[in-house]
Design a protein around this ligand. Sequence first.
Ligand code: CTP
Ligand code: K
Ligand code: MG
Length: 179
Amino acid sequence: MLELIAGALWAMLPAYVPNNAAVLAGGGRPIDGGRTLNGRRLLGDGKTWRGTAVGTAVGVALALVLDALAPAAGDALGITLPGFPITAALGLALGAMLGDIGASFLKRRSGRERGAAFPGLDQLDFVVGALLLSLLFAPDWTLEVFSLARVAVVVVVTPLLHLVTNGIAYWLGVKDEPW
Ligand code: CTP
Ligand code: K
Ligand code: MG
């Protein structure tokens, strides 16, 4: 049970931090360059090159740190924690950012302005993006580490973690909305 839950969350950490890093690093040129589709922004000013690049880099860097910590942390918990091949680290981190960007695209198409909430999508967009890109970049690793049971854990626990971390970021004043 511990191996199932701790392993799932550990393996998702490089996908959890990029969006938070992007909030802190964001700004500058929007990815869509101001372009519109049917009168609405393609993505909006909330998706920037800098936020995306820094978020991805922070996610990959965290995977390297986790790799260094895994033996000691696994010993302490009495379980084996998954390591991150660089392909998996990049897939999880970049995939998380792309999932969030894809969600902004859908928000604009459905008439939601920048910052509007889209319950469900907001909490899981980056999970879907991260798992898909990880599957593409590191298929064997992804299928081995993310068993169906672990994916189920991630889908249940991530929205809760997302609500808590974004609530804290809003309360600290670093995020404009608590979602
Ligand atoms: N951010 C960024 N680049 C990204 C993702 C986020 O620069 N790829 C920064 C932006 O400053 C953004 C903030 O992080 O405003 C919060 O991210 P998010 O809530 O995902 O964006 P929103 O501003 O709410 O825009 P959207 O409605 O398109 O999700
Ligand atoms: K978002
Ligand atoms: Mg938002």
